[in-house]
Unconditional design. Structure first.
Length: 122
């Protein structure tokens, strides 16, 4: 197994795990929802299902399906970024240094998804 394949599986399991938590324990994410998001519980559940679907998509043998899953995950990561900024501004969910520090990691995660799906070369 190539390093990129191992990375893809690590990402896949991470997305399935995180998405599963959104679905089975949505109350855990309630404090993280910005007040301007409509139907916050529904958004938590929808994002969880999207994470699980994307993670499962990364596990597929078909490179085409993996690329589609990758683009879906990139869209999801971009869509939730404003909420992550809001969490940092409001200092919700941890110490400020951690909340601000994770914001650039979102870009790294996007890049990792693109590399792992063959959409972007290293």
């Amino acid at each position: 197994m190539r390093p990129v394949d191992i990375g893809r599986w690590v990402l896949a399991l991470g997305f399935v795990g995180a998405g599963g938590l959104h679905v089975v324990a949505p109350a855990m994410y309630d404090p993280a929802m910005p007040p301007w998001v409509p139907l916050p519980r529904a958004m938590i559940l929808i994002s969880g299902v999207a994470e699980v679907a994307g993670g499962v998509g990364l596990m597929q043998r078909s490179p085409r399906l993996r690329r589609w899953a990758g683009w879906g995950l990139v869209a999801l990561l971009v869509a939730v970024y404003p909420a992550n900024v809001w969490m940092a501004l409001a200092e919700i969910g941890g110490p400020a240094w951690l909340l601000w520090g994770r914001l650039p990691l979102q870009g790294a995660l996007i890049a990792a998804v693109l590399v792992a799906t063959g959409t972007r070369r290293t």
